[in-house]
Design a protein around this ligand. Structure first.
Ligand SMILES: Nc1nc2c(ncn2[C@@H]2O[C@H](COP(=O)(O)OP(=O)(O)OP(=O)(O)O)[C@@H](O)[C@H]2O)c(=O)[nH]1
Length: 359
């Protein structure tokens, strides 16, 4: 309840009824409350104090016209109704609305994939709230376009315009399929890559664009491999080094006036780590994979540095952060590493929430 005319809490008998449908109630003179800023809220209450009788029905014929819509109370336009600290909010919006989008491939085709979208804008102090539906409505204006990282740049500009905000950001997450070949049998199968494109339009008009990829690979421990060989050589004991499914979360900021595709990060990750998990595997492929892991054993530190070496060489990448998590088969915990390029004001190798890196 806000201040103005009904500052005291109404008793149960006087509990206001918000209804425009029930004609009987409409005969009761409404208690009109002039909200600050001229917006009205209609509180209906029965005058004799008896329990009201509400005919609960849905009017399928009712169609709000412009005048009726204009009469609707709009909390986002009331002033002096901010609850709590009257301060700006950096991001407010909608997380996780989904729709099918066409994603551009490097070959110029368009793949229709499920997209999970999070759109937010800033909100200044003194303002109660944003026009929340515009986060989706503005995005939908682009829903038939072929999406790339650069489509999002237009979305954030539209967000700033339509929601009259100072800054805006949008992130589109999707699972991207690639047909991959087996190591030696010549078979092929689909590998799905979890990735996202993100654009941020800052208050000063700076546009920043990001690409993120989760890359799943095998990590065979170099120390365990040496110990296994030692047991075999010195004591003739058969031993198996531990290896495990692992994940690298690679987030890059794309340099201005260039572009980057999710497939570019996939190629960097494959070149760095070599031991991507496999799709189609016959025995000749499995033997090849065992040899590949023998040739490319890696600590979680090695994985971070191998990715650093690939990313630092790509001039389209302004900044990056890599978080690796090896879900150790030796331990009941994970071995983790985080590395960042070290751009001033850029990624700071935040200790990510590694639980989200679980494979
Ligand atoms: N800002 C805000 N709105 C919310 C929230 N939860 C629900 N909403 C509702 O979001 C609905 C849609 O808001 P708007 O987009 O402003 O709807 P509208 O005023 O009809 O849209 P416009 O005609 O574009 O102004 C409103 O009914 C809000 O009450 C919230 O946490 N914050």
């Amino acid at each position: 309840m806000h201040s103005s005319d009904c500052s005291r809490l109404l008793t149960k008998k006087e509990t206001p009824l918000l209804s425009f449908d029930n004609k009987q109630i409409l005969d009761t003179p409404p208690l009109k409350i002039e909200k600050n800023g001229g917006k009205k809220a209609y509180l209906f209450r029965n005058t004799d104090g008896a329990e009201p009788v509400i005919a609960r029905h849905y009017d399928h014929q009712f169609r709000p016209d412009a005048a009726y819509k204009a009469s609707l109370p709009d909390m986002t336009e009331t002033v002096d109704s901010v609850e709590g600290a009257n301060v700006a909010i950096q991001q407010v919006g909608i997380s996780g609305f989904r729709l099918p989008l066409k994603f551009a491939t490097p070959a110029g085709e368009a793949l229709t994939l499920e997209a999970r979208v999070t759109g937010t804008v800033s909100l200044q102090a003194n303002l109660k709230g944003i026009n929340m539906s515009r986060i989706i409505r503005t995005f939908y204006a682009h829903k038939d376009e072929v999406f790339s990282l650069d489509t999002l740049a237009q979305v954030v500009h539209d967000y700033r315009r339509d929601l009259e905000s100072m800054s805006a950001r949008v992130k589109v997450a999707f699972n991207y399929p690639l047909l991959v070949s087996a190591l030696r049998s010549g078979l092929e199968g689909y590998q799905y890559y979890s990735g996202s494109y993100e654009a941020v339009l800052e208050e000063n008009g700076t546009l920043r664009r990001f690409v993120e990829l989760d890359f799943v690979y095998s990590s065979a421990c170099p120390c365990s491999a040496e110990l296994a060989e030692h047991a075999r050589d010195v004591r003739g004991v058969y031993a198996i080094p531990h290896s495990q499914r692992s994940k690298a979360r690679i987030k890059v900021e794309v340099a201005p006036d260039t572009s980057l595709h999710l497939e570019d990060l996939i190629h960097h990750a494959r070149a760095a780590l070599k031991t991507e998990t496999q799709v189609m595997v016959k025995r000749e492929d499995e033997q090849a994979f065992a040899e590949l892991n023998g040739a490319y054993v890696k600590f979680v530190e090695d994985a971070a540095r191998l990715l650093y070496e690939q990313l630092i060489a790509d001039r389209r990448i302004h900044d990056f952060q890599v978080a690796c998590s090896h879900l150790e088969s030796l331990h009941s915990h994970d071995a983790v590493s985080v590395i960042a390029k070290g751009v001033p004001g850029g990624f700071r190798a935040d200790f990510n929430d590694f639980s989200t890196l679980l494979c």
